[in-house]
Design a protein around this ligand. Structure first.
Ligand SMILES: *Cc1c(COP(=O)(O)O)cnc(C)c1O
Length: 226
């Protein structure tokens, strides 16, 4: 199947999951995750009308997206991978949404770059719902204080939460936990659900799902972070 056909199928699945969950049609956004895929695979998705894309590496995104964004200024580019502080300037310059705020140091760097560059990417906090030691993200119990720090001391507007459940777990409880924390913090956006579990995420309240493989096919090499 072509990228355009895959995209159409994923969008149809999103619409039926919305319906099954008695949610308003169109209440869930699709972020097409194009990491590791070259621009020529992305162009058909843009032609088919997709405008929100996710990348997990700043450097890779810098090499692919500036010309595509110049051609299509309405594209919204999301950073969904861990951010190093030496890439904060580049990330603020290129991305429209940064979903992976996962520690104080990065939040500080982002705040600094937002005032230096006079750009306002939208920001989400990544939550390590499975408390996995190797995984990025704020521990669930620390999220309210961290969001307060971002909003208060750093003056950042945080709009949502993002999570990546442990691969071996049933994702439902992780999505439920993320939704519960977001409600407690007054955050309207929930980025959760990937190719294997996006209908479940929609059932638990996802406002956006991040889907790569189901649109662009298997990745040739494992995506690294950074
Ligand atoms: C790669 C990635 C995705 C997409 O995963 P698929 O299983 O290919 O749909 C979603 N979110 C994050 C953070 C990713 O790194």
């Amino acid at each position: 199947m072509s990228v355009a056909e895959n995209l159409e199928k994923v969008l149809a699945d999103i619409r039926s999951a919305e319906k099954a969950a008695r949610r308003a049609p169109g209440s869930v956004d699709l972020i097409a995750v194009s990491k590791t895929h070259p621009a020529e695979d992305i162009v058909p998705a843009i032609r088919a009308g997709q405008r929100k894309f996710g990348e997990n590496r700043v450097q890779e995104a810098q090499s692919k997206w500036p010309p595509l964004k110049a051609d299509h200024p309405d594209i919204e580019l999301h950073l969904i991978g861990p951010l190093q502080s030496n890439k904060a300037a580049a990330a603020v310059a290129l991305f429209d949404v940064i979903q992976s705020i996962d520690r104080k140091k990065i939040a500080r760097e982002i705040a600094k770059e937002i005032s230096a560059q006079n750009r306002q990417p939208r920001l989400y906090v990544q939550v390590n719902t499975g408390a996995e030691p190797q995984k990025a993200g704020i521990a669930p119990e620390d999220v309210p204080d961290f969001v307060d720090l971002c909003r208060g001391e750093l003056g950042l507007t945080v709009e949502g939460l993002m999570c990546i459940p442990p691969v071996e777990d049933n994702p439902g409880p992780h999505f439920a936990l993320l939704a519960q924390i977001a409600a407690r913090c007054g955050l309207p956006l929930l980025s959760m659900g990937m190719s294997g579990d996006y209908p479940t995420a929609i059932e638990f309240g996802a406002t956006e799902v991040r889907v790569g493989t189901a649109i662009f096919g298997e990745r040739d090499y494992p995506a690294t972070s950074g």
